[in-house]
Design a protein around this ligand. Structure first.
Ligand SMILES: CC(C)(COP(=O)(O)OP(=O)(O)OC[C@H]1O[C@@H](n2cnc3c(N)ncnc32)[C@H](O)[C@@H]1OP(=O)(O)O)[C@@H](O)C(=O)NCCC(=O)NCCS
Length: 373
């Protein structure tokens, strides 16, 4: 495609550091301001649109002007003894003037290649236009749990051991929490700097922690009614959840009064995110207590290195053959050939995609919502 007024279309190619301000302006214009929001891309996603990550932002230009962009953020996640590299996809955008000419798909295909170069095992994204991504091999997959907490069930959780008290903590606790997350590895690997950048993107800055011998022994990252993430020994985290609920649930508030806009004045329910039980002892504990909850997908997934995924989990009995359109997975004498979308579910669940054809349990995946870009 060429346009007489704007010049030849070029790319896709990685961005240069000096192009980042133009990319941020483009994203702010169409993803923030045009939707009635503040131009916050630099604050929200500064770690993606930074000089160090510029070569992981794929762009196309028209007459030298940037008209399409997609950011990649590679994040290593720990899942029990396994570790996978997840390529998060951020701010997929084509300037409205240039839409419906295949630029978006070309940029995404370039992102797939770049993520493979980066050693990513899978790509992960959240979207409101899933069918557009399905054509590019993406599909909803992976298991994320959400538990319900309320006055009627919170007391089933164990209390914190006598002598331990829960307390709020601010960003000064980040180094200690990073060390705790290292001791209880689940989800994305973070430095203190990355952690602070992720918190800034979500406008979060308050933790709830319990200390033992002066050190943070368990933590929660809560908003008003939801616990985004946590780490620590499961019984201690459960006790901390109970202590947090008791703190935010003000029982002196009238329970029959509502504001006109129907917002309840007291806490009616809170929720907690958790990964699948196979890699999360807290999930196992909550399931053992029959705490109610729901299952959702982690997001849309694009398999990039399925063989590497099975190897990371020590599943050397699984053989994988991949071409452009299909993946053949074999175990023993049985095998199944699937398209990329179906294969994402075969690998990460939750749907039992080829149950009758091959005896293969999905592998667990955890990326906390803070790490979703
Ligand atoms: C989503 C978005 C990035 C797509 O960009 P794009 O450059 O128009 O993408 P494509 O041209 O590859 O695909 C768009 C459509 O054009 C069609 N198309 C592709 N090449 C075409 C061509 N040469 N002629 C006509 N149509 C074409 C595609 O099949 C697709 O059809 P669909 O709308 O039925 O799905 C763009 O609409 C956008 O920026 N939206 C706002 C931001 C957004 O929602 N981003 C996604 C958030 S996760």
């Amino acid at each position: 495609m060429t346009n007489s007024t704007t010049g030849a279309i070029e790319g896709p190619r990685p961005a240069r550091p000096q192009e980042l301000p133009e990319i941020i302006d483009l994203l702010n214009k169409w993803i923030r301001v045009a939707r009635g929001n503040e131009p916050t891309i630099a604050r929200d996603w500064g770690f993606i649109y930074s000089p160090a990550n510029a070569e992981n932002v794929m762009i196309m230009t028209a007459g030298g002007r940037i008209v399409a962009s997609t950011g990649i953020w590679a994040n290593d996640v720990r899942l029990g003894s396994a570790q996978l590299r997840v390529g998060g996809i951020n701010c997929v955008l084509t300037d409205p003037e240039y839409r419906h000419h295949g630029l978006g798909m070309r940029v995404m295909n370039a992102c797939h290649e770049r993520m493979i170069e980066l050693g990513c095992h899978l790509g992960l994204l959240g979207t409101r236009i899933p069918n557009w991504y399905r054509r590019l091999g993406w599909e909803y997959a992976g298991v994320s749990r959400t538990y319900e907490l309320n006055r009627g069930n919170i007391e089933f959780l164990p209390e914190l051991p006598a002598g331990l008290t829960a307390e709020g903590a601010g960003l000064e606790a980040v180094d200690e929490i990073v060390a705790l997350r290292e001791a209880f590895p689940l989800g994305g690997i973070r430095t203190s700097e990355t952690f602070c950048a992720l918190l800034t993107a979500r406008k979060l800055s308050e933790f709830f922690v319990v200390r033992q011998n002066g050190q943070v022994a368990a933590y929660l990252l809560p908003s008003a009614t939801h616990i985004y993430e946590w780490a620590g020994p499961p019984a201690l985290v459960a006790g901390l959840i109970r202590a947090w609920f008791d703190r935010v649930d003000d029982r002196s508030v009238s329970t029959s009064t509502r504001r006109e806009e129907r917002i309840p004045l007291c806490l009616e329910r809170a929720t907690l995110s958790a990964p699948a039980a196979a890699i999360s002892p807290l999930t196992y504990l909550l399931d053992g207590l029959h705490m109610p909850g729901s299952i959702d997908y982690i997001g849309m997934i694009r398999l990039l290195d399925p063989r590497g995924i099975f190897e990371a989990f020590g599943r050397h009995d699984v053989r994988v053959q991949m071409d452009e359109e299909t993946i053949t997975v074999a175990r023993g004498r049985r095998s199944v050939t699937l398209n990329l979308c179906q294969a994402a579910k075969l690998v990460f669940g939750p749907e039992a995609i080829a149950d009758g054809e091959i005896d293969l349990k999905p592998v667990p995946l955890c990326q906390w919502s803070l790490e979703h870009v």
